[in-house]
Design a protein around this ligand. Structure first.
Ligand code: IMP
Length: 191
């Protein structure tokens, strides 16, 4: 069965494709010839995930899932949350985003944070939502150079290394996105 992953990100696509083969053929938007950016205008991760999955279902009539992720920092009332990519401005600059977080938390002893991923699935017209969360702490400076986004300043609970110091396999096993996708895969394997 064909299943669309509403993303233009080839890295994300490849990862999920391997998990669902051979039962499902996962195709990205670019392979569908759909190069439009879907505007993420909702105020929640779930809302944005639904916008993307429903847009594809309505436009192409194909079952579809999408993901949306945010970093939620307790001392900042769960900011940047849904605005994680653009926290320091529209250029989506990861370094500037990390600088902004470190500055806002300067002197703060509460450094609790979590990454949260919402995965929305429209499957034969029926809607299902999956969530993955990883709890951790924002460090006082960067460490590591792997990964992307806020990885150098996030240390998951139970570990001494930041996400940016872990190899991709270790990170995927415990990460927000990894956990949410695992739930999606378990659902799809059972259907
Ligand atoms: P997206 O919904 O996957 O595009 O993620 C939105 C933003 O959250 C990204 O641009 C990053 O700033 C941040 N982000 C998402 N996942 C991760 C991660 O695994 N590590 C670090 N930052 C992440």
């Amino acid at each position: 069965m064909k299943l669309v992953f509403a993303t233009h990100n080839p890295g994300k696509l490849q990862e999920v494709r391997e998990l669902l083969a051979p039962d499902y053929e996962v195709i990205g938007l670019d392979e569908l010839g759909d190069h439009d950016e879907i505007e993420e205008t909702a105020m929640t991760l779930e809302g944005n995930a639904w916008i993307k999955a429903r847009t594809v279902w309505q436009k192409h009539g194909l079952s579809c899932f999408s993901d949306d992720t945010g970093l939620e920092i307790a001392a900042l009332d769960n900011a940047p949350g849904v605005f994680s990519a653009r926290y320091a401005g529209p250029s989506k600059d990861a370094d500037a985003n990390m600088d902004k977080v470190l500055l806002k938390l300067e002197g703060s002893s509460n450094r609790k944070a979590r990454f949260r991923t919402a995965v929305a699935l429209v499957f034969n017209g029926n809607e299902h939502l999956f969530e993955g969360t990883v709890n951790g702490e924002i460090s006082t400076s960067r460490s590591g150079s792997k990964g992307f986004g806020y990885d150098p300043i996030f240390t998951p609970h139970g570990y001494t290394e930041s996400f940016a110091e872990m190899d991709a396999k270790t990170k995927n096993e415990i990460s927000h996105r990894g956990l949410a996708i695992k739930k999606l895969v378990a659902f799809l394997k059972a259907h």
